[in-house]
Design a protein around this ligand. Structure first.
Ligand SMILES: [Zn+2]
Length: 191
């Protein structure tokens, strides 16, 4: 039985000109029979919130054995140091950017029910985590940063390849019953 908990809800604020001035990513805990996985570690600003979530759930950061990073941007990787016993895994193309990170097997399950899917476009090495729990979840990172990207079917404003980015939005939406975006609360996909 896979359990999924949102440790921190991502947020993003823009000024009047539309420039981002404050960004903190979502952080998610996945518990399976074999593994304790955190997807994205957000920013140091969110550390107290993440610690509170661990207390409420009743597990400890030291018990996390795997940290999966959706991509290398600073607002997704800021609390890696909380997880002293974890392997830090990400797309092979982006490993070099983050201290101690190791390459993920792409488009494979890391444990039954938890699959890493390459969803490029925001960055070249962006990945999403597809989870089959009580329903089908996708932890999308910035492949789908905001609810509005899903609602309007538009790629993330920050991207390295707009076409690929839109394709990734579609791949995620097709699979998911619920999406945990990089910088918004989780939401349900309507069919
Ligand atoms: Zn990003």
């Amino acid at each position: 039985m896979i359990k999924l908990d949102v440790l921190a809800i991502g947020s993003l604020q823009r000024d009047e000109k539309g420039n981002v001035f404050d960004a903190h990513s979502s952080s998610v805990l996945i518990r399976t029979d074999e593994r304790m996985i955190v997807v994205d570690t957000s920013t140091p600003y969110m550390k107290p919130a993440i610690k509170t979530s661990f207390k409420q759930i009743g597990v400890f950061p030291k018990d996390v054995d795997t940290v999966v990073l959706t991509h290398f941007h600073f607002d997704h990787v800021g609390n890696n140091d909380m997880f002293e016993n974890a392997d830090i895994l990400m797309h092979p193309d982006e490993c070099g950017v983050i201290d101690g990170a190791k390459p993920l097997d792409i488009d494979r399950e890391i444990v039954p029910g938890v699959k890493i899917v390459h969803t490029p476009g925001h960055t070249k090495g962006s990945i999403s985590v597809f989870v089959k729990a009580d329903q089908k979840y996708v932890i999308a990172g910035d492949a789908i940063p905001k609810y509005s990207n899903y609602k309007k079917m538009v790629p993330p404003a920050i991207n390295t390849d707009e076409e690929l980015a839109l394709e990734s939005v579609k791949i995620i939406t097709k699979y998911a019953d619920a999406i945990i975006p990089g910088h918004d609360p989780p939401f349900l996909v309507s069919r």
